[in-house]
Design a protein around this ligand. Structure first.
Ligand code: PGA
Length: 249
């Protein structure tokens, strides 16, 4: 029986944070120095803060990630950032296919796949997000939806990839699926990954995301095949983020 992968607790700050927010990162670093959780930790600030955060967190064990990238290396893409640029700024990972990008920026599975390939090309870990809408869950279409998203957005090479299961209806709403529902989806994702790659599949981290808080982290993180969390709102406060990471004591 393969060992479970080491968990990852990643904070997605979304469009929040100014230079002064480095104090929050320093508070997380202080908490980790006092009592390190048995999990890898990562903060994904807005791109404007990657360089500052990467310098601040150097040597602390806290990784810095980005929230999106363009698929190309460089070119006439005003306002976009390539995976190579994010790596150059100090990121070691990038979130791709977050539901807010899929919905608000019309990103298709194909685009998400191209971004995941770009991340690998640049030497970044891609955190690839999938998740069903409320309508899909109510129509009992969750598994089929996730299956389609995996078919469309997963790159051919899986090792080093991280998957985040984030039900769209659970993001920022305070709602979460039951542990049983989370277990069903994560098991399906695990089986899918193993069917694609027998050696890499068991080691890929599958994060749960959507209204994770210190109050529910222990229960959600105890679910089989949940190898960590992607945390939005609760990652903005050091105490909450540390409280979630403490699920891995
Ligand atoms: P939330 O966001 O924790 O605020 O629900 C999660 C996410 O969007 O990654």
């Amino acid at each position: 029986m393969a060992q479970d992968p080491r968990p990852l607790v990643a904070g997605n700050w979304k469009m929040n944070g100014l230079a002064a927010s480095v104090a929050e990162l320093e508070a997380i670093m202080a908490g980790v120095a006092e009592k390190a959780p048995a999990a890898d930790l990562m903060i994904c600030p807005p791109a404007t803060l990657i360089s500052l955060f990467a310098k601040t967190a150097a040597g602390s064990g806290i990784a810095i990630g980005a929230q999106d990238c363009h698929a190309e290396v460089s070119g006439a893409f005003t306002g976009d950032l390539s995976a190579e640029m994010l790596k150059d700024a100090g990121a070691s990972a990038v979130i791709v296919g977050h539901s807010e990008r899929r919905t608000l920026h019309g990103e298709s599975d194909e685009m998400v796949r191209a971004k995941a390939i770009a991340a690998r090309r640049a030497g970044l870990t891609a955190i690839l997000c999938v998740g069903e809408t409320r309508e899909e869950r109510e129509a009992n279409a969750t598994i089929a939806r996730i299956h389609r998203q995996l078919d469309g957005s997963l790159p051919d090479t899986l090792d080093g990839l991280v998957i985040a299961y984030e039900p769209v209806w659970a993001i920022g709403t305070g709602l979460t699926p039951t542990p049983e529902d989370v277990a069903k989806v994560h098991e399906m994702i695990r089986n899918y990954l193993i069917s694609k790659d027998k050696s890499a599949g068991p080691a890929i981290r599958i994060l749960y995301g959507g209204s994770v808080k210190p109050q529910n982290a222990r229960e959600l993180m105890a679910v089989r095949n949940v190898n960590g969390a992607l945390v939005g709102g609760a990652s903005l406060k050091a105490a909450d983020f540390l409280g979630i990471a403490a699920a891995y004591a």
